[in-house]
Design a protein around this ligand. Structure first.
Ligand SMILES: CCCCC/C=C\C/C=C\C/C=C\C/C=C\C/C=C\C=C\C(=O)SCCNC(=O)CCNC(=O)[C@H](O)C(C)(C)COP(=O)(O)OP(=O)(O)OC[C@H]1O[C@@H](n2cnc3c(N)ncnc32)[C@H](O)[C@@H]1OP(=O)(O)O
Ligand SMILES: Cc1cc2nc3c(=O)[nH]c(=O)nc-3n(C[C@H](O)[C@H](O)[C@H](O)COP(=O)(O)OP(=O)(O)OC[C@H]3O[C@@H](n4cnc5c(N)ncnc54)[C@H](O)[C@@H]3O)c2cc1C
Length: 596
């Protein structure tokens, strides 16, 4: 299995090398080689980006050609057995020895072992290691080091290195996630990635970057990328589910009528059409986020880090919500396919196992929403002090006078309704924190007592951002479309707004003038819209344009030969090589004969 995956991975990455890492075609079709993950994903997904983001130009000149020419294979080892979220709590140490101009890497105890890095188990021979940097007896916090862990000729672990695979997981089982421990392992001073902080030969620590969190830059980059990855992943799942639902016929709602396509059931449309809309919403939002990200990078190149906090807040909540929505909606696609959706050959289980992992790695859902909440509360307090708000929080102004937003069920009105919900929920958090403080709590405890509400407020803010971006970008992009295309894309964006308005009626009742009659109208409009979208449903997923080799699904192939493909895959199962398994003779027959 591992050998096959590495072989496929090399075919894939040499394609990337030929056409360039940024080639979306190859980045996307890499999953035509794997049902799960390439063991080289971390090399390109984090090792290379970290060299670019955390190394000086001189260090890049040394390491980047080696990495891009695949002369070294890397990964990103930050998480430890004992710490993943709390990076400041990482236990691996890198202590500078001025007498030899080296850092000594140590794994003080079991919980300090690096754990999880993709490709670390058996593939990588180098890795980025996040370790607590000590020099002259002072700890300067976690810093990135580039470390060779295996001999590039023999691939044997170097002396002082303990490395291996962490074992089977829910998914990602072709990523050979590994563990790594150091026993007084020495690396040259120059292996500290010195773009944001340096250690001179005599051991003096020099802080370069103005912002203390630039070390975390790779995580921001990957979080931004993951939003786009989720749109892609969900688009594949809904392509499979809609095509299968067009082939599958089941039940007889009317006597003497043929069994209908299950896609004709309103409940099936309710399960699946929001998946089509969400894939579009996340794709458009990811492009908007990428443009925001590149703008902040440009600011930072000019020495201005003022826009970084908003980017961190946006990338945190959008990564959390896109991965959470995608995991839930891919499972919904699986549910919509009945028993055959549970077949590994449908590819829905693998898509789900990938998406649900993404809700955890690169920052746990709850933790990242709390990061966003931290920014939201700070922004509210700045608004109270009369300071300007950042662009994505402009809607807070409307809440300043505390008046309730009047409900308007036009698309723009619904977007304003979500702004009001976000503003109201942030305001409620601020009120809760202040109440706890007035009752004698310190700020940290008051914050902790409000965290359930803070997670909700961050989700509401993120939903408001997605709704606004989806609607605005759809309007912008369809301006030049034919009326027919514009009508269908407007239907999808309106469906997204109506779906979430119905999901959040409690919040809308609390923070807008929404009435029960308004809710009835929303429900009626939503159901009518499902019927309008039905004729275009298959065309809409065909428009995602996935080749069968990329979908790798018995249920979702373009030719619709579902039952034939299911049987073809079944017959390939090793258990079907012989009519009678030898377990019959070893165990079942003796048992039947009372001989066990
Ligand atoms: C083979 C073919 C493939 C080709 C592929 C090519 C390209 C593909 C590219 C990408 C593909 C996508 C995916 C593939 C890659 C990876 C997936 C697989 C592996 C996964 C890897 C990992 O999981 S790596 C480990 C990730 N770990 C985390 O995310 C840890 C999460 N924890 C944290 O971020 C922080 O610890 C914390 C922020 C949650 C809390 O830390 P703490 O010190 O307590 O911070 P505070 O809360 O006190 O905040 C301090 C201030 O710092 C600000 N801040 C925090 N983080 C950031 C940040 N990242 N950026 C900027 N600012 C930050 C925070 O706001 C506070 O500021 P204030 O004090 O001003 O409020
Ligand atoms: C498939 C996969 C691949 C991975 N690949 C890599 C890799 O290549 N490199 C790497 O370095 N790491 C990798 N990771 C590790 C990943 O980054 C961590 O698992 C992730 O950051 C979460 O940290 P944790 O596992 O320590 O969970 P924890 O942080 O321990 O979370 C456990 C629970 O505690 C809660 N919690 C934690 N902190 C707080 C808080 N402050 N407030 C409220 N609740 C809190 C969480 O919400 C969660 O419910 C990978 C993980 C997975 C699943």
């Amino acid at each position: 299995m591992y050998g096959q995956i590495v072989r496929d991975g090399l075919v894939n990455v040499t394609g990337i090398e030929d056409l360039g890492l940024t080639s979306p075609v190859l980045q996307r079709t890499s999953d035509a080689f794997f049902k799960e993950i390439s063991p080289f994903l971390l090399h390109f997904g984090m090792f290379v980006p970290t060299i670019i983001g955390q190394c000086t130009p001189e260090q890049q000149a040394k390491w980047l050609p080696l990495a891009m020419d695949l002369k070294i294979i890397g990964t990103y080892a930050q998480t430890e057995l004992g710490h993943g979220t709390f990076i400041r709590g990482l236990e691996t140490t890198a202590t500078y020895d001025a007498s030899t101009e080296q850092f000594i890497l140590k794994t003080p105890k079991l919980s300090s072992y690096k754990w999880w890095a993709g490709g670390l188990g058996k593939t990588a021979n180098h890795c980025i290691v996040l370790a607590q940097l000590y020099t002259k007896g002072v700890c300067h916090g976690p810093h990135p080091f580039i470390v060779q862990i295996r001999d590039t000729e023999t691939h044997m672990p170097l002396p002082g290195i303990k490395v291996g695979e962490i074992g089977p997981k829910l998914g990602f089982n072709t990523a050979d996630n590994g563990f790594l421990g150091f026993e007084d392992f020495r690396i040259p001073r120059e292996n500290l990635m010195m773009k944001n902080a340096q250690v001179t030969k005599d051991g003096t620590y020099v802080k370069v970057a103005r912002h203390g969190k630039l070390t975390y830059g790779t995580m921001v980059f990957v979080r931004v990328m993951l939003v786009s990855d989720m749109a892609y992943c969900l688009a594949k799942a809904v392509t499979i589910a809609v095509r299968y639902s067009a082939v599958r016929r089941q039940s007889q709602p009317k006597p003497d009528q043929p069994e209908p396509q299950v896609l004709d059931y309103l409940t099936q449309q309710h399960k699946l059409f929001i998946c089509i809309s969400t894939a579009h919403a996340m794709k458009l939002t990811s492009t908007w986020l990428w443009n925001t990200f590149t703008g902040v990078l440009a600011d930072m190149r000019d020495g201005n880090t003022d826009t970084l906090p908003e980017l961190h807040a946006l990338s945190s909540c959008l990564k959390a919500i896109s991965t959470s929505d995608t995991s839930a909606l891919i499972e919904q696609c699986r549910f919509a396919c009945g028993g055959h959706g549970y077949m590994y050959s449908s590819n829905l289980p693998a898509l789900y196992s990938f998406a649900t992992a993404t809700r955890t790695y690169e920052g746990d859902y709850t933790v990242l929403l709390l990061q966003t909440a931290r920014f939201l509360v700070k922004s509210w307090e700045q608004m109270d002090e009369g300071k300007p708000l950042t662009p994505t929080l402009a809607y807070l102004e409307q809440s300043r006078n505390g008046s309730q937003v009047s409900w308007d069920d036009s698309p723009e009105g619904i977007v304003r309704g979500f702004d009001a919900v976000a503003a109201g929920r942030i305001g409620a958090c601020v009120k809760s924190i202040r109440k706890h403080i007035n009752n004698g709590m310190d700020y940290e405890d008051a914050w902790q007592m409000t965290t359930v509400q803070l997670v909700g407020a961050a989700e509401a803010h993120c939903r408001a951002v997605i709704c606004r971006v989806y609607r605005d970008e759809t309007a912008r992009l369809t301006a030049g479309c034919s009326p027919g295309v514009k009508a269908v894309l407007d239907q999808l964006s309106t469906l997204y707004l109506l779906y979430w308005a119905l999901e959040r009626t409690g919040d809308l009742l609390r923070f807008s003038s929404l009435s029960e009659r308004d809710i009835e109208n929303l429900q009626a409009r939503y159901e009518a819209l499902l019927l309008k979208i039905r004729p275009n449903a298959v065309g809409l997923v065909d428009a995602f344009d996935f080749r069968d080799e990329v979908l790798m699904s018995t249920l979702g192939s373009y030719d619709g030969r579902v039952y034939e493909r299911l049987m073809e895959e079944a017959l390939k199962t090793p258990l079907n090589r012989e009519p009678v398994s030898d377990s019959f003779h070893k165990y079942i027959k003796p048992m039947m004969q009372g001989k066990l």
